[in-house]
Design a protein around this ligand. Structure first.
Ligand SMILES: *Cc1c(COP(=O)(O)O)cnc(C)c1O
Length: 498
């Protein structure tokens, strides 16, 4: 299996090169040159496997330059029982008829990013050994919350890696901040920076591309890499759980092998739903891919009209991990839909950078609409949806999941299409206790600190608090530094001892 760039078809690289490198030098994203095909028989044969073996079966087809031993080392390390609170890793819960919730938040940080970021460090170190001469990989992350913590947990104490996370001092929730500043591990550093997320992000980008800094790293046999969601190594682990969910539906009798299902995904950067698209084109019987957005509904508009326009108001919502106006992974979908037309993609992306918008042809739009449906949920609908599902089914969901549930219910009303459906649940409700508590109490939230809100939510819903959140209360804060943008490169040198 070889990979090419969405902006230059002459690029041909191996899986380990795409993972070690992260992004193509032409600015394009790496995509597989073909889709491996899984027959219905092969998919049903995976039903008797555990998650680790399902993962190996799928990943083997993409990571063809990894040996069986290497793949086993990566997958078994990432999805070990002591890191996930469910032995199924990503269990499905049937709440009503054909409505199945795929819970992707049983990992160490209680959000779906763990599904990829637990595996990425393994894929990256094995890839670096093959392609970059065993260099130490230095991961720099600018985060607005979830990614930073998930990357820290994934990379902590992984040999030949170091990780530095910068977060905006006033730009993350108290729980997210505490999750990061109490992080353990010998190879991690966390630092707050003055400014907002964009300041942190642009400072990290300028360190990444600074030739002098890169040379100093190279001298010490080190190299920068990125744990950002445009890395193929973050996307490929997400394909696995769609196969796994389908196998679970076979096992519990919800579908027979070969029956079609729909998939609903709360979407931000378009990574998770794109993984479902890959699964579909590998042979998983999926009919509609339903893209669910919050009030930042740039994708809803694009999927309905063919015009992508990021020049619009940005809303801060109760589902912050989906507050995004540039969905980077959409570039990969456009490339596949356009029949691998690299020049067209280059042109569209240049227009996006220059004018903040582009429009695809009617032909492309028709192809996209054959597979994708879309909708969005307002803030008040999110609250109502959390409360409705708790009252009716005793199922407590977080705000991101509520966006998906709301959009799904409207999809069924509009189309009458209620075949068995998998709805992604991307975070534990306890990660967003304040919003969830407010929703189940109809907006009556007492003045409480984060941990008292967790306790209150636990008391009134009688659901379990995930251990990683419960144990935060007693963890000592390790990282108290706040630095200004200009000092960030010095922080990098200090950490790396160079
Ligand atoms: C990142 C994230 C999303 C969005 O996923 P994309 O792959 O970026 O579309 C949704 N929900 C939660 C909780 C997240 O952390």
């Amino acid at each position: 299996m070889l990979y090419t760039s969405t902006r230059d078809n002459s690029v041909k690289v191996t899986a380990s090169q795409t993972i070690a490198q992260g992004i193509s030098t032409d600015g394009g994203l790496f995509v597989p040159c073909s889709f491996p095909k899984f027959s219905v028989e092969k998919i049903s044969s995976m039903a008797s496997m555990d998650y680790i073996n399902r993962a190996k079966t799928v990943l083997k087809e993409f990571l063809t330059d990894f040996t069986d031993e290497e793949l086993d080392y990566c997958v078994s390390g990432a999805y070990s029982a002591d890191k996930f609170s469910s032995d199924k890793i990503a269990p499905t819960v049937n709440i009503d008829g054909n409505k199945n919730i795929l819970e992707l938040w049983h990992g160490p940080t209680c959000a779906f990013k763990d599904m990829a970021l637990q595996l990425l460090p393994y894929l990256m170190t094995v890839s670096a050994k093959k392609t970059a001469d065993g260099k130490t990989i230095v991961i720099l992350v600018a985060t607005s919350g979830d990614t930073g913590k998930a990357a820290l947990e994934g990379f902590k104490d992984v040999k030949n890696t170091k990780i530095l996370v910068f977060y905006p001092v006033d730009g993350v929730s108290p729980m997210q901040k505490l999750q990061m500043t109490t992080q353990d591990g010998e190879n991690v550093v966390v630092c707050a920076i003055e400014g907002n997320f964009d300041d942190a992000q642009s400072a990290v980008k300028s360190i990444f591309t600074n030739d002098e800094i890169k040379a100093r790293l190279a001298d010490k046999n080190m190299m920068f890499s990125s744990a950002n969601s445009i890395n193929w190594g973050r996307l490929v682990p997400q394909i696995v759980y769609y196969f796994s969910a389908y196998c679970d539906l076979i096992n519990n009798g919800s579908v027979k092998p070969g029956d079609v299902i729909n998939v609903v995904v709360p979407t931000g950067n378009f990574g998770n739903i794109l993984a479902a698209y890959y699964a579909k084109h590998m042979g998983l019987p999926i009919k509609a891919l339903v893209c669910a957005s919050n009030s930042n509904n740039v994708l809803t508009d694009f999927l309905k009209t063919g015009t992508y326009n990021k020049n619009r108001d940005f809303y801060t919502t109760s589902s912050p991990s989906m507050d995004i106006l540039i969905s980077s992974n959409l570039e990969r979908l456009l490339y596949h839909i356009a029949g691998s037309d690299d020049n067209l993609i280059k042109d569209l992306m240049n227009r996006l950078a220059k004018d903040g918008e582009y429009t695809v042809s009617n032909d492309m739009l028709a192809k996209i609409q054959e597979e994708f449906d879309a909708g969005f949920s307002s803030e008040s609908s999110v609250d109502e949806t959390v409360k409705y599902h708790f009252d009716k089914y005793k199922y407590l969901c977080d705000t991101h999941t509520a966006v998906a549930l709301k959009v799904y219910d409207e999809y069924v009303k509009r189309t009458g299409d209620d075949i068995p459906t998998v709805i992604d649940s991307t975070a534990s409700p306890y990660k967003f206790s304040a919003s969830v508590l407010s929703a189940v109490r109809d907006g009556n939230v007492p003045e409480l600190d984060e941990f008292s809100m967790v306790d209150e939510l636990n008391k009134i819903t009688n659901t379990q608090v995930p251990a990683p959140i419960a144990s935060l209360k007693d963890k000592p804060v390790r990282f108290k530094d706040v630095c200004v943008r200009e000092d960030m490169s010095d922080m990098v040198f200090k950490l790396l001892n160079i």
